[in-house]
Design a binder for this molecule. Structure first.
Ligand code: SAM
Ligand code: DTB
Ligand code: SF4
Length: 334
């Protein structure tokens, strides 16, 4: 393997900027990942854009639709989450939706241009029985519409992953959220290892992995690249990597977290793109606080999917009108 320079160096009086010399790698070291993350911004975005264009159709943006199929009352204590029963958040709990209602919403989302339908449930783990059967019916229904189907239901075991695969689930979302060292500061009711084990069961069942994280939890750039390193050490890389920016929620321990510089999400996306050239990189939660121009920078840096729809799971998303205007602005100026 050709070594990658990790630090800008002085050669013959000129500064040599680290270059990406080989694209698909599973052995990124922390220092070189951090060196990419810290590149001069235009250099970072330029390199990421070049890699993006090598592996993806430039200008192609996938719209995904997101629905909370079971809301609130979760036994886990994730510090950022509105749906944890540990926090005092004003949120109406909703039991698992009826599959027909979910499938009708998926059909509507398809009409509005969504190619992928993502369903989220506030569970620690899936329990076998009536509720799991209802989720399987939802997945079958979404797949019958010829849409990609993704679910996020908490932890799964091997047998459950197999059943999800059998009904044609496209992808399973299970985020690692942040680097392994910082994770226990955010969540104590399950471990990083628990998350990795679920991802292993999902992958072994032949389902695509959707796994990424959140910036703005009080983590350092080193924690951010530590997360990217864990993701990029998976072979093959996760097919889908959501990058979320914290949506601060009143009543959660992270309600008052220091807001991140919006350019940090550009750096995070660009670094993810460089480390995982073939993955879909999803510009996920937090878009409603980004300007149109920052979002465009994220797309230049390698993001190729957004959630389209006025709400995420429990919080407002960038609204559909603003997104239509964004897509219009991105189209040819004729
Ligand atoms: N309970 C399941 C789980 O934790 O995997 C699925 C639902 S959970 C809400 C899905 C993901 O949403 C989390 O892993 C986290 O990355 C993201 N998320 C939750 N609350 C968020 C917030 N306030 N801001 C940004 N991302 C958030
Ligand atoms: C992901 O990475 N982001 C989505 C999806 N996967 C399930 C969830 C974002 C949630 C934002 C906070 C909320 O609306 O509750
Ligand atoms: Fe529960 Fe998922 Fe929220 Fe954690 S992120 S509290 S597991 S719904």
């Amino acid at each position: 393997m050709i070594p990658v320079e990790t630090q800008p160096t002085e050669r013959d009086g000129t500064t040599v900027i680290p270059q990406l010399t080989e694209d698909i790698r599973y052995d990124w070291q922390e220092e070189e990942a951090l060196a990419l993350y810290n590149l001069p911004l235009l250099e970072l975005v330029g390199q990421a854009n070049a890699v993006h264009r090598r592996y993806h159709e430039a200008g192609r943006l996938q719209k995904a639709s997101l629905l909370s199929i079971k809301t609130g009352g979760c036994p886990e204590d994730c510090g950022y989450c509105s749906q944890s029963a540990h926090h005092d958040v004003e949120l109406t709990r909703e039991k698992l939706m009826d599959p027909d209602a979910v499938i009708a919403l998926a059909a509507k989302a398809k009409q509005a241009g969504a190619e992928r339908f993502c369903m989220g449930a506030a569970w620690r783990k899936i329990r076998d029985g009536k509720e799991f059967d209802a989720v399987l019916a939802m997945i079958r229904g979404v797949r019958a519409l010829n849409m990609e189907a993704c679910v996020t239901l908490g932890m799964v075991n091997k047998d459950q992953a197999k059943r999800l695969a059998e009904v044609g689930l496209t992808a399973y979302n299970h985020n690692l959220d942040t680097g392994p060292d910082y994770y226990p500061k955010i969540v104590t009711t399950h471990s990083y290892q628990d998350r990795l084990e679920t991802l292993k069961c999902v992958r072994e069942a032949g389902i695509a992995l959707c796994t990424g994280g959140i910036i703005g939890l009080g983590e350092t750039p080193r924690d951010r690249v530590a997360l990217l390193r864990v993701l990029a050490s998976m072979a093959p890389h996760p097919e889908s990597v959501p990058v979320n920016m914290l949506v601060p929620i009143e009543g959660t321990p992270l309600a008052q977290a220091e807001p991140v510089d919006s350019l940090d999400i550009v750096r995070m996306i660009a670094t993810a793109r460089l480390m995982m050239p073939q993955s879909m990189v999803r510009l996920s939660a937090g878009r409603s606080s980004l300007s149109r121009e920052t979002q465009i920078l994220c797309l230049l840096a390698g993001a190729n999917s957004i959630f389209y729809g006025n709400v995420l799971l429990t919080t407002p998303n960038a609204d559909v009108q603003a997104d239509d205007a964004l897509l219009e602005a991105l189209s040819a100026n004729v």
